[in-house]
Every structure is written in structure tokens, then in C-alpha cells.
Ligand binder design. Structure first.
Ligand SMILES: Nc1ncnc2c1ncn2[C@@H]1O[C@H](COP(=O)(O)OP(=O)(O)OP(=O)(O)O)[C@@H](O)[C@H]1O
Ligand SMILES: [Mg+2]
Length: 341
């Protein structure tokens, strides 16, 4: 075998890297902290994430990736290079890379992703559309004439698509996902308790007690922040029922867009989906009760694979076996890769 092939998922929340033969070898927050005066990078990944909301004016913490689209080119390039260096095992053979991109991204946006990665010296870059990768990562054989509906609820966006014969029949994407859930908690706590909390605290509360369908037992989580009226520190217990009240609105927005897409899906494919069920992937599919809510509202069975946040990277990793075909200009209809650079 000539070198290792690599798959990369450039998510809003985290970057995941898959190595053929090894699986997921890296999962780090897509966050960078830099000195605002010198533009020097001071921390990347988990270390930078810890600084979120805790920096002085001199340091800014940013997310240079926005659902597979680059929002800050030089910082994104820096992050990608840093992570590829971290995982590269063979210094002599340049790797080939499959990178997942959201469907519907423009040529210019694709070019930016390719340029950011190619500066790290890779030999070949292939693109795969995220829902296609997610379905493959969830273990679906997408090459058959059989419809499969994947809904990937990530950090920044929810991407959904009906896939058949290794291609996308219909797709949609909305900017309501993990961060919108966090924001909903921030707003709820502010409205009800005049308590101002940060996005990180809200995310912790969401993971601890969040739900979009009633939990069997009432649990609570202590959030800490500042009172908007007095300006003094304040702590408040938030129950899962309160979290439900806050989270149901963004959750129903996602469900609504899924319902809408199902209505526009050709009937034969809807038949397949209603038998097999809908597949929920992405980190936010771990939100308690999301599968139940989706199943009740769409009247379809719902499946959440193990490690749903890794599906896109694992699927892109599985698709590395199609790189040879792409290099030989054999873009067969059943090739899940969409472009080669
Ligand atoms: N147990 C959990 N309950 C609820 N949300 C969770 C849980 N675990 C992780 N999340 C959320 O999942 C999100 C990250 O998911 P994922 O890694 O799929 O995103 P991403 O691929 O980086 O983003 P995107 O696909 O939007 O670019 C975060 O918002 C995180 O808070
Ligand atoms: Mg993602």
C-alpha cells in the first residue's frame, strides 16, 4: 500500500480525522485563539475551547470553519495544517485526502477548502457531499436503487438528504443545530431568571439535562452566571422540564423542515424510507428524546447509529477506496465522491 489515505470532516464544532486502517484518530474542537494585536495563534483545539468566554481583550477565540465552509481562510489553513501534522504517520509519502463538504456549496467555497488543505502538501483531494458520507458512515449500502433519508444535526447546521444510487435525490439544510439549542437555553434562563450565562455553560446544561421529549425522571443542573438586574454572580438549578421548554422550539423547526422535505420526495423513495426509517446522525442527535420526537412527528421509524458524530468522517473514510477511480477519470455513477483536485 502506498501511504495512508485520510478523510477529514471540517465541522463547525469539531474537526475529525479518519485514517484508513485505523479509524477516527482525531476529534478536536474547531476553535482557534489568537492575539488580536500580533495575529499570532496562541492555542488550537481543546486548549482554545477552554478559553472561550474567558479571554482578555488581547485574545480572541474564533471558529474558522462554518459547517464545512471556511469563514477565515488563514486560520482555517493553520488549523488544518496543525491537525494533519499531528496525525501524519509517513513523512515521505504525501497522503490522499477525502474531505466532506455540505451539499449546495459554491465552486468558490469548494476551492477555498481545497486550497486550505493542499497547502499542507497532500497529493490528491477528493470531495464527498456530507449526507452521502453520513449515510455510508451509518452503514447504509447507498449504491442500491433504494431511498435512504439522513438527517445530520451538527453544531452549526442540520443537513438532510434523500440518497439513492450513491447520489442525492433531494436535500435541504438549515442553520438550526447544536448552537441554536445552546442559544435557546441562554435566552430562556435570561428571560425566566434574569440570569446571563455563557454559551459554554448553556452547552454543558444541554448535554447534562437537555431534552426535547420528557425524561423519565426529573434531573437538574446548576448554571452559573451574572444577574442582569443586580450585576452580581448568581447560580440557578435548571430542570430537564425547563430545558424541554427552551429546546422544543428549535427542535420543532428542524422537524418541520424534515417533514417538508419528505413531502417533496418522490413517492417510491418515501416508501423505502417509511420501511427502513430515517437515520439521525451528528452530535446533536444525542440530544435526549430527539429520535422519539422525530419518529412521532414524521410517523417513521428513526435510527441513531453508534457514535453519530463520527458518521460523516467514517463515511468519508470508507469512500477513500474510490479515490483510484477518480484519479483514473472513472467517475462512475455509483462513485460517492463528487470531485477530484
Ligand atoms: N449528549 C449530547 N446532547 C446534546 N447535544 C450534544 C451531545 N453531545 C454533543 N452534542 C452537540 O453536538 C454538536 C456537535 O456535533 P457535530 O460534531 O456533529 O458537529 P459538527 O460536525 O462539528 O458541526 P456541523 O456539522 O454543523 O458543521 C455540538 O453542538 C454539541 O453540543
Ligand atoms: Mg458535521
Amino acid at each position: 500500500m502506498l501511504g495512508t489515505d485520510i478523510a477529514i470532516d471540517l465541522g463547525t464544532s469539531s474537526v475529525k480525522i479518519y485514517l484508513t486502517g485505523k479509524g477516527i484518530v482525531l476529534n478536536e474542537p474547531s476553535v482557534v485563539a489568537y492575539d488580536t494585536q500580533t495575529d499570532e495563534v496562541v492555542a488550537i483545539g481543546r486548549e482554545a475551547y477552554e478559553m472561550t468566554g474567558r479571554t482578555s481583550k488581547k485574545i480572541a477565540v474564533v471558529r474558522p470553519l462554518n459547517n464545512g465552509v471556511i469563514s477565515d481562510f488563514s486560520l482555517a489553513q493553520y488549523v488544518i495544517l496543525h491537525y494533519l501534522k499531528k496525525v501524519s504517520t509517513n513523512k515521505l509519502v504525501m497522503p490522499r485526502v477525502v474531505v466532506s463538504v455540505p451539499c449546495g456549496i459554491t465552486e468558490v467555497e469548494k476551492r477555498a477548502v481545497v486550497d486550505a488543505i493542499s497547502s499542507s502538501g497532500v497529493r490528491k483531494i477528493c470531495l464527498i457531499e456530507e449526507p452521502v458520507a453520513a449515510a455510508m458512515g451509518a452503514g447504509v449500502d447507498i449504491s442500491t436503487p433504494h431511498g435512504c433519508l439522513v438527517v445530520d444535526v451538527g453544531g452549526g447546521t442540520t443537513d438532510m438528504a434523500v440518497i439513492s444510487l450513491s447520489g442525492i435525490a433531494i436535500s435541504n439544510s438549515i442553520k438550526v443545530a447544536g448552537s441554536a439549542f445552546d442559544e435557546a437555553i441562554v435566552k430562556y434562563v435570561r428571560r425566566k431568571y434574569h440570569l446571563i450565562i455563557g454559551a459554554r455553560m448553556a452547552e454543558e446544561a444541554k448535554i447534562a439535562v437537555g431534552c426535547v421529549y420528557p425524561r423519565k425522571e426529573v434531573i437538574s443542573f446548576l448554571v452559573k452566571g451574572r444577574n442582569a438586574l443586580t450585576g452580581l454572580p448568581q447560580a440557578q438549578q435548571i430542570t430537564c422540564d425547563e430545558a424541554l421548554e427552551a429546546l422544543i422550539e428549535p427542535a420543532m423547526q428542524i422537524v418541520g423542515v424534515v417533514q417538508d422535505m419528505i413531502e417533496r420526495t418522490p413517492p417510491e423513495l418515501v416508501g423505502d424510507i417509511s420501511t427502513d426509517g430515517l437515520i439521525l446522525t451528528g452530535g446533536s442527535s444525542r440530544l435526549y428524546g430527539f429520535d422519539t420526537l422525530m419518529a412521532k412527528k414524521t410517523k417513521m421509524p428513526v435510527r441513531v447509529p453508534e457514535e453519530p458524530e463520527n458518521c460523516v468522517a467514517v463515511g468519508a473514510g470508507k469512500a477513500t477506496k474510490f479515490i483510484d477511480d477518480m484519479e483514473n477519470k472513472n467517475y462512475g455513477v455509483l462513485n460517492p465522491l463528487s470531485a477530484v483536485y
